[in-house]
Design a protein. Structure first.
Length: 151
């Protein structure tokens, strides 16, 4: 059996982000009701030769001062889909985190973020998708930033 005997190293940093939570996905099996960009959101797409994904950071944001987010569960998936509807045969849950309500854009208190270590190789053109279980409160959102490197 042939095997690669030469180690590969990442070549180019790749950081991408998405704001999500204006709509919710209330199931965790990877099948989106209305598709990528509507109830499940694309945070990252691996490069043409694949990527090494270090971590994802999820942070609350607001467009109005001292606005509270809704308590929810955030979900992170890997998927072979880049557009359209997802199904439990092409999109797989890899992490869930509970996010308590907190006040974003506050004048005296900073928000807390979630750093989720991933540390895995993602095949070429696969995606990392995110969703939230509860629709955001008005003037609030969540941002998912993915830190990775392309091969």
């Amino acid at each position: 059996m042939a095997a690669n005997t030469t180690p590969i190293f990442p070549l180019t940093p790749n950081i991408s982000a998405v704001q999500f939570g204006a709509t919710a996905l209330t199931k965790s099996d990877g099948s989106a009701v209305t598709g990528i960009g509507t109830d499940i959101f694309k945070a990252f797409t691996a490069g043409a030769a694949g990527s090494f994904v270090e971590r994802i950071r999820i942070s609350p944001v607001a467009t109005a001062a001292a606005t509270a987010t809704a308590a929810t569960v955030h979900r992170i998936y890997v998927s072979s889909k880049t557009t359209g509807n997802t199904a439990n045969t092409d999109t797989f849950l890899i992490q869930e985190i509970g996010a308590a309500a907190q006040t974003a854009d506050h004048s005296t208190n900073g928000t807390f973020f979630f750093d989720i270590p991933l540390n895995f190789k993602l095949p070429a053109n696969w995606t990392i998708l995110v969703s939230t279980h509860v629709v955001n409160n008005g003037s609030t959102n969540w941002t998912a930033v993915v830190f990775a490197m392309d091969y």
